[in-house]
Design a protein around this ligand. Structure first.
Ligand code: 16G
Ligand code: ZN
Length: 545
């Protein structure tokens, strides 16, 4: 078939280095950019097949998120803007690792297994981040799609969530919005302006927000969006990519892990600040107090702020919709306790990784999901959206109810429901703080985080650790969980768990307790247990103090 001849020819331009094997991990393929050309070409092929199979537009995003600038990666986006399914993740790995001469065989195998009608048209949307390697790598994706006769739309430089938005807009025939960068800015800014109309007497100081763009695509897109916000948000941008290196000493991951401000940001006392990551799908907030102390407002604080606000609106609107917060084991114990005991909202815990949280959140009328690292969004079920729209139109709704329903409607429009989106989350947070007249300190005071510590242990094979109960308990190796249980009992308000990382060859250890010293000491003791019981290599973990 001529179709496959072209694939065969083109694949020679994007050859696979012999023996190299890579895995489609939690967030797609990710490694040093020099190893990815063949992967990109093949993901172009796979996206084309996925498009034919689903009879929808599929997205391919070239990015390595918060990884160093030298890395790159690729993620496939399913028709509604979701992550691709587990079975197709498997196909991605199968295709990526096929040696040059068996590529066609593997391709045909997938076509057969999925019973794909190759005469169907295909459409693939492509986007890329600002990494120097992204331009050539996204060209390889385009080559892959065109060699199977698929149609492409290259959006060029966009944030990951912007591409998710475009895919969803396209496959809902514009119901979600218009699939253009302008359409994205217009939809979000209109909703933001409507919401902030409800915040009276805001001063310029209150409208001011310091944004760390991680020297990446988020900074570029924030600049583009600014005029649409008509000074209702006054962004002071640092790490805008004009001089610094992507994610280097800046960005959401750096701030969260180091628990300190990024380089290049001039923070006044109490000023609201936030950091995006390299592809702008994560955000964390922070400020420094009058004593110069740094305070982090992470994904748990964001989930609490947003869910509290939504719950209040539901009460005012007299809407009986179930709201839930989805977290992972990394959520600070104080946040879970506050949500369950004070806010009385349903809290559920899933495994780490956006797809797990997203799926769990889909089970509720309103599902707020955030990882502690700042990736998250809110999902409104179709039924919930319908109820809200109907109440809007009901002439018997009194003014207070009407105000609450209008706020709910604008909030739905402001939230990027396809995936966590730093720009959209930032605007939601800014609107909520403005409407409630809250400062960063007021927000921080909702509950106090329990001191915690994260450590990594290197073992010879991290797969020996198997977990259950949303990664909160280890079922193997034998004796490890019992040891952790005994150690945890030595400390007050303590909790600890271990899990193999999905992105690095290490075992991660998390511990929290009533004091920083206790959290550090517990984390160290658990690390030692992992080292001894799970085949640690290199030096034994040393105490932190
Ligand atoms: C990936 C995940 C992120 C998760 C992280 C955990 C997506 C899009 N990203 O970056 O959600 O928090 O992995 O990494 O799913 P770890 O397994 O190395 O701890
Ligand atoms: Zn990211």
């Amino acid at each position: 078939m001529a179709q496959f001849e072209k694939v065969s020819q083109k694949s020679k331009v994007h050859p696979k280095p012999e023996g190299l094997t890579l895995q489609y991990g939690t967030a797609g393929f990710r490694t040093h950019a020099t190893h990815l050309d063949h992967i990109m070409f093949r993901m172009g092929l796979l996206a084309t097949l996925r498009s034919k199979k689903t009879k929808s537009t599929i997205g391919v995003m070239v990015t390595a998120s918060h990884n160093p600038e030298e890395d790159n990666g690729v993620k496939l986006i399913d028709p509604m803007g979701e992550m691709v399914t587990v079975v197709w993740e498997g196909y991605a790995t199968q295709l990526a690792n096929a040696e040059q001469d068996s590529l066609l065989k593997e391709l045909k195998d997938i076509i057969k297994k999925e019973d794909i009608d190759m005469s169907e048209p295909a459409s693939v949307y492509i986007g890329k981040d600002t990494r120097p390697s992204s331009a050539i790598l996204s060209q390889a994706v385009l080559d892959g799609v065109s060699s199977l006769g698929g149609k492409t739309h290259d959006y060029g430089l966009v944030t990951t969530p912007q591409l998710h938005y475009m895919v969803c807009c396209c496959n809902t025939n514009g119901c979600y919005g218009s699939p253009t960068i302008e359409g994205y800015y217009q939809k979000l800014s209109q909703a933001f302006l409507q919401l902030t109309q409800n915040a009276l007497n805001r001063t310029d100081d209150q409208k001011r927000l310091l944004v760390d763009g991680a020297n990446g695509i988020g900074a570029l897109k924030m600049r583009e969006m600014e005029p649409f916000l008509r000074s209702e948000l006054q962004v002071v941008l640092s790490n805008d990519g004009s001089s610094g290196k992507l994610n280097h000493m800046c960005g959401a991951d750096y701030v969260k892990v180091q628990q300190k401000a990024p380089q290049g940001m001039n923070m006044g006392v109490g000023e609201r600040c936030c950091s995006f990551d390299g592809d702008a799908d994560r955000i964390v907030y922070y400020y420094t107090d009058s004593k110069g102390c740094f305070h982090l407002l992470d994904g748990d604080k964001i989930a609490t702020l947003i869910s509290t606000y939504l719950k209040e609106l539901l009460t005012q609107a007299e809407l009986n919709l179930q709201i839930a917060v989805v977290q992972t084991a990394y959520a600070n114990g104080s946040s879970t306790r506050y949500l369950e005991d004070v806010m009385k909202v349903t809290v559920c815990c899933t495994k780490t990784g956006v797809k797990h949280l997203h799926h769990a959140a889909q089970e509720f009328d309103i599902g707020v999901y955030f990882e502690a690292n700042g990736h998250g969004t809110v999902l409104f079920s179709k039924a919930a959206q319908k109820q809200i729209q109907e109440l809007m139109k009901d002439p018997n709704t009194n003014d207070e109810r009407k105000r609450a329903v209008k706020l709910l409607e604008s909030t739905i429009n402001l939230i990027n429901q396809t995936v966590g989106d730093a720009i959209s989350d930032m605007l939601v947070i800014e609107a909520v703080l403005a409407i409630r007249g809250m400062s960063a300190q007021d927000w921080d005071a909702i509950y106090t985080d329990l001191p915690n510590r994260q450590l990594k242990v290197t073992v010879s094979d991290r797969r020996v650790i198997d977990t259950t109960d949303a990664e909160r308990r280890a079922v193997s190796p034998e004796g490890l969980q019992d040891t952790i249980d005994t150690l945890v009992k030595k400390y007050k308000s303590a909790r600890s768990f271990v899990r193999p990382s999905g992105t690095e060859d290490v075992v991660r250890v998390y511990a929290e307790a009533d004091t920083q010293e206790s959290a550090d000491s517990l984390a160290h003791e658990v690390s030692l247990a992992v080292y001894r019981l799970a085949g640690g290599i290199g030096d034994e973990p040393k105490p932190l103090h």
